[in-house]
Design a protein around this ligand. Structure first.
Ligand code: ATP
Ligand code: MG
Length: 163
C-alpha cells in the first residue's frame, strides 16, 4: 500500500493477480447490507474485481458481467449479493418496475458499477472503490485502486482492510 489516510487507502494493482490478492483481503470485511460503488472508465477492472471478490467469498460458479442484464444475483452462504452494471440504464421510470429499489433492503450486499447512471435512485454508498488504468515507465499496465469509506459501515470495512 502506498498511501492512506483516515478514510481512504490507495494501492497499485500491478496485474490481475494483484486484484485477486486484494479481493481476498476485501472478502472477509463484507457484511450484509453494505453498498459499494465501483467507479472507473470502461475496462478499468471493476467486473474483474467483483469476480475475484465473489470467488474469494466462496462462490464457485461463473460471474457474468451484468452488461445487458443490469443485475446479476448470487447467494454465498447466508449473504445475498447483487451485482449491478448501470452503464446501459437510462430510463428512471423503469427503476421500480424492474424491482431495483427493493434490492436495496439493508440485507443485500450491493456492488454497483456505473452508479452515476442512477445517482438519484440508488442509496448512498458505504464505500467507494475507484479503479484507474496506470501505465508505468516500464510499460506495466496495472490499475490504481482507491478505497474510500463514506459511512461508519464503510469505515469499519476500511479499518479491517488496513490490518
Ligand atoms: N489489475 C489489473 N491489471 C491489469 N489488467 C487488468 C486488471 N484488472 C482488470 N484488468 C483487465 O482489464 C480488462 C477490463 O476489465 P473489466 O471488464 O473488469 O472492466 P470494467 O471496469 O468492468 O469495464 P466496464 O465499465 O466495461 O464494465 C480485462 O481485460 C482485464 O483483464
Ligand atoms: Mg464491468
Amino acid at each position: 500500500m502506498y498511501s492512506h489516510n483516515d478514510t481512504q487507502i490507495s494501492l497499485l494493482l500491478a496485474d490481475e493477480i494483484a486484484t485477486v490478492t486484494f479481493a481476498a483481503h476485501l472478502a472477509p470485511t463484507i457484511k450484509a447490507g453494505i453498498v459499494i460503488y465501483l467507479r472507473g472508465d470502461l475496462g478499468a477492472g471493476k467486473t474483474t474485481l467483483v469476480r475475484a471478490l465473489m470467488h474469494a467469498m466462496g462462490h464457485t460458479g461463473r460471474v457474468n458481467s451484468p452488461t445487458y442484464s443490469l443485475l446479476e444475483s448470487y447467494q454465498i452462504g447466508k449473504l445475498h449479493l447483487r451485482h449491478f452494471d448501470l452503464y446501459r440504464f437510462n430510463d428512471a421510470s423503469e427503476w421500480e418496475a424492474a424491482g431495483f429499489r427493493d434490492e436495496f433492503n439493508g440485507e443485500n450486499v450491493c456492488l454497483i458499477e456505473w452508479p452515476e447512471r442512477a445517482q438519484h435512485l440508488i442509496p448512498m454508498a458505504d464505500m467507494e472503490i475507484t479503479l484507474e488504468i496506470s501505465i508505468t515507465a516500464t510499460g506495466c499496465n496495472g490499475r490504481n485502486l482507491t478505497v474510500r469509506a463514506i459511512s461508519q459501515t464503510g469505515l469499519e470495512c476500511l479499518n479491517l482492510l488496513r490490518n
